[in-house]
Structure formats: C-alpha cells, structure tokens
Ligand binder design. Structure first.
Ligand code: NAD
Ligand code: UDP
Length: 317
C-alpha cells in the first residue's frame, strides 16, 4: 500500500493551513484530489497555502471548527489536523486547545457521520505524557499530569481519541487515529517555540542555543514528507486502533544542538536554560504496528531532512 493508491476524490483537511496540514494538502493535490481546508489561522497562516490557491481543486474556508460546520457535496474522507501543537502555542491558548480537541472534534466527527466518509484524526505522542515505557508502543496508556501546563494539550488529545472511538462504536464510523511523534520540516513557524525552529534560527543568527535543562532529554524527529506518506496509508487501511507515526532514531537535545551548530557552521554557543515543567524525559516511537500494517517506515535521514529545513529557515531571513 502507498499514497499513490489513495482514492481520488474530495477531501476535507481541518487545520490545513498549518505546518503538517499544508504539506498534506500539497500531496493530496499532487495526487489529483480535490481539497477543502477549514482553518481559523490561530497558529497556521494563509501564506502556507497561498501557492495552492491557484489550483481550482483547492478551496480554503476561514472558520473555527468549534462552530458547527456545513460543507456541501460529498467527501471521500476527512483529515482532522486542527489544533495548536507547539508547547508555546498551546500554553498560550489552553482553552482554545481544549475546545478544538473536544467541541471541534465532535463537530468534525459528526460531519464525517453525515457524509458517511472515513475520518483520520491527528493525536500525538503527548498522550504518553512523561513515559515510563520506552520506546512507546500503542498499548501503553501513558503517564500524563492532567493539571500541569501541558495538560490542556494532552487531555484534549486523549479526549479526541476517546470521542473518536465512541463514534466508531456507536455509529460504526470508519475512524483512524494516528499518534504523531515530533515532526519537522519547511513551513514550521520560526517563532513557534519548538526546538527545531528555535535552534535553526539561533544558529543562523550566531546567537546562543537555548538548551533546556541539561539537554539529556531525548526526542525522535520525523521529516514531514515521511509523516504525510504515513497519513495517506493509514486512511486507506481499516485499522481502528491508534497507530504511531514517527521516526525511531532517537537523539538527546544536547546532541541535537551540536548537530545544528555543525550543520550551520555557526559561531553559536550552547547555554542552559530552565527545563519547562513536565517536559518528557524520553520520547521514541515503536513503529512495529505501522510497519506491519502499512509497510511504512521513515525514509528521510535527519541529516537530509534538517538540511531542507535549515535552507527553508534561511530563506525566511
Ligand atoms: P500547526 O499549529 O502548524 O497547525 C495546526 C492548524 O490548526 C493551524 O493552521 C491552526 O490555525 C489550525 N487550527 C487550530 N485550531 C483551530 C480551530 N478551532 N478551527 C480551525 N482551525 C484550527 O501544528 P502542526 O504541527 O501542523 O500540527 C498539526 C496536527 O498534528 C495537530 O493536530 C497536532 O496536534 C498534531 N501533531 C503534530 C506534531 C508535530 O510534531 N508537528 C506532533 C504531534 C501531533
Ligand atoms: N527545547 C530546548 N530548547 C528550545 C526548545 C525546546 O531544549 O529552545 C527542548 C524541550 O525542552 C524538549 C525538546 O527540546 O525537551 C522538544 O521540544 P519541542 O517544544 O520541540 O516539543 P515537545 O517534544 O516538547 O513537544
């Protein structure tokens, strides 16, 4: 199975003007599909999809999905990507984050029910919290601090998973849940606060690289084109339980800072800043399920992916 086999039809992408959503839209259009995006631009930007607006098969609707949504005509499927995703963003917008995960997801699942189409929802590795199992398999229930500063996002996504399963069980809706691990690439906002834009922009300006804590915490970074390929395979399979999508190559944040300084040939020095509360100590996906069900595994190395991403950030200066 691969993305080329996707049914050519009309797809709705919520959050399609965001980082991941815009890459997904681009790929759907390249496959010959029609795409309708609904976005309120809370963390996304019209400029992410500006070049797509020239394509008559692309339609952009500016709307908040916490309001009930009417989309005329049939849909071949829905990709529900709308939600703030960067810790800086969701801590700035905790109520909007909880509402889009709860009310917005309910509205979109209801729309899928009306249209009788499959729906894929974007969950996250954050539902594993600060994990006590490593690497994280889909069977792990997680270790989330519900009332901590990350709780607004983690609980919003746990609710998203719960309501998605409820729609499946009650209405037999064909639902798919993906748990996305740290994904990076061009079109991330330079100021979204995530580690990839922060380190790249700091290295480009020869400014201090802000490692939080001692930098011993680990993350596993997936290039966006690999994620999009995974998403387009998941919508075609009939597996209802969650599927991890991420790159299992794990790195400490300290090593990551050195890698970016080296790649940028930057004069930047590392400085150590306070570790944010509840920052997960490790994160690495077990992707056996995606490999077995979809024949999917990431193909883009960190070296190549970071080079594309770095060139993008350079082009924004
Ligand atoms: P992003 O912030 O760039 O994109 C999210 C988009 O959703 C934005 O365009 C935003 O304006 C839109 N949006 C938010 N609330 C909305 C609302 N109420 N109505 C309409 N639109 C709304 O983030 P991203 O990195 O592209 O993430 C996309 C999805 O993938 C999110 O659901 C996120 O939780 C999930 N995810 C991403 C990552 C990652 O590493 N990028 C990791 C795990 C999960
Ligand atoms: N981080 C860092 N310096 C920064 C930004 C982030 O050391 O300027 C660390 C952060 O503490 C976390 C990791 O990098 O351990 C990834 O952070 P990000 O915000 O990208 O996403 P998260 O995986 O925490 O959701």
């Amino acid at each position: 199975m691969n993305s080329n086999e996707l049914k050519k039809g009309r797809y709705l992408v919520t959050g399609g003007a965001g980082f991941v959503g815009s890459h997904l839209c681009e790929r759907l259009l390249a496959l010959g599909c029609e795409v309708v995006v609904v976005d309120n631009f809370i963390t996304g930007r019209k400029s992410n999809v500006q070049p797509l607006l020239r394509n008559p098969k692309f339609h952009l609707v500016e709307s908040d999905i916490i309001q009930p949504l009417e989309i005329s005509g049939g849909l071949a499927g829905i990709f529900h990507m709308a939600s703030p995703a960067s810790p800086v963003d969701y801590m700035k917008y905790p109520i909007e984050t909880l509402r889009v995960g709860a009310i917005g997801s309910d509205n979109i699942l209801n729309l899928a029910r009306q249209k009788q189409c499959p729906i894929l929802v974007a969950s996250t590795s954050e539902i594993y919290g600060d994990p006590l199992e490593h690497p994280q398999k889909e069977s792990y229930w997680g270790n989330v601090h519900t009332i901590g500063p990350r709780g607004c996002y983690d609980e919003s996504k746990r609710y998203l998973e719960a309501i998605t399963m409820a729609y499946h069980r009650v209405y037999q809706l064909p639902t798919r849940i993906i748990r996305i691990f740290n994904t990076y690439g061009p079109r991330m906002r330079t100021d979204d606060g995530r580690v990839v834009p922060n380190f790249c922009m700091q290295a480009l300006a020869n400014k201090d690289i802000t490692v939080y804590g001692e930098g011993k915490q680990t993350r596993s970074f997936c290039y966006v084109s690999d994620l999009v390929e995974g998403i387009l395979r998941v919508i075609q399979c009939d597996h209802v339980e969650p599927i991890n999508l991420g790159n299992p190559v794990e790195t400490s944040i300290y090593e990551f800072a050195h890698r970016i300084i080296g790649m940028a040939k930057s004069q930047s020095k590392i400085i150590y800043c306070p570790l944010p509360q509840d920052d997960p100590k490790t994160r690495c996906p077990d992707i056996s399920r995606a490999k077995n069900l979809l024949g999917w595994a990431p193909e883009v190395s960190l070296e190549i992916g970071l080079k594309h991403t770095f060139d993008y950030f350079k082009s924004t200066l």
